[in-house]
Ligand binder design. Structure first.
Ligand code: NAP
Length: 247
């Protein structure tokens, strides 16, 4: 489905981003991986090897997407390495959960910097690179951006912001053959959700109509669809992958 395409996935050495990278590679794409923390460096190299063994090309680039110059360098490296960029998945994200009354300005700003400004930074540079060729941008939102959640006002604001950003940019670039869509996952089993207390997890699970958490690969399959020509007439859409959680 993505044979010969070049895909850049931010925050792709762990969790949902890793699942998307493997899924895209399996579909024939050459993949640019991205990570930010020094401790992910080794995992990034291991994933590069794993993806190369699947018969496609892969490189890993360290970059903090919240910093415009680093995001720009990440996309420029993609173009220099593979000559083009067909698919950008803005997946990198963080949480700093706290009730509003106790949330610090720093906790608010950090989440906005990565989850929202990071999407702006990468999209701004990527759309320029995609102007002549067209492309697909997929932004990772969340059901929390649709429904809100106690203790996540910073995170929810960014994920709702991602939806508004997606629809606006989709309108701006529709005529240039750049499709821009968002995925709103529910509760997916990754490091991000692993840190929650068992009691919280039990409560969440009760409220999921399908009565189970999702897997990274179940988000990746939707990203693959949106990245591929199967979604050639879809732009500005938000697809929930949440077992019915936000119905
Ligand atoms: P995760 O396991 O915590 O992984 C987060 C990834 O983002 C890591 O690869 C991390 O890189 C990267 N990252 C963080 N800050 C970055 C920065 N400044 N620059 C570049 N990369 C950065 O999270 P996940 O659960 O896979 O979540 C992936 C996306 O899905 C996020 O946007 C999240 O908000 C969204 N989402 C997740 C769920 C869920 O239930 N898991 C639900 C809804 C939405 P390092 O490895 O270098 O730290």
């Amino acid at each position: 489905m993505l044979k010969g395409k070049v895909a850049l996935i931010t925050g792709s050495v762990r969790g949902i981003g890793k699942a998307i990278s493997l899924c895209f590679a399996k579909a024939g794409a050459n993949v640019v991986l991205n990570y930010n923390s020094e401790k992910s460096k080794e995992d990034a190299q291991d994933l590069v090897e794993e993806i190369r063994s699947m018969g496609v090309k892969a490189v890993a680039v360290k970059a903090d997407v919240s910093k415009f110059e680093e995001a720009k360098e990440l996309i420029n490296t993609t173009i220099h390495t593979f000559g083009k960029l067909d698919v950008l998945v803005n997946n990198a994200g963080i949480t700093k959960d706290m009730l509003l009354i106790r949330m610090t300005e720093e906790e608010f700003d950090q989440v906005v910097s990565v989850n929202l400004k990071g999407v702006f930074n990468c999209s701004k540079v990527a759309t320029k690179a995609m102007l002549k060729t067209g492309g697909s941008i997929i932004n990772m939102s969340s059901v929390v951006g649709i429904n809100g959640n106690v203790g996540q006002s910073n995170y929810a604001a960014t994920k709702a912001g991602v939806i508004g950003f997606t629809k606006s940019v989709a309108k701006e670039f529709a005529s240039r053959k750049i499709r821009v869509n968002a995925i709103a996952p529910g509760f997916i089993q990754t490091d991000m959700t692993e840190v929650l207390a068992d009691k919280v997890k039990e409560e969440v699970q009760k409220n999921i109509p399908m009565k189970r958490f999702g897997m990274g690969d179940e988000v990746a399959q939707v990203a693959l669809f949106l990245a591929s020509d199967l979604a050639s007439y879809i732009t500005g859409e938000v697809i929930r992958v949440d077992g019915g959680m936000a119905m």
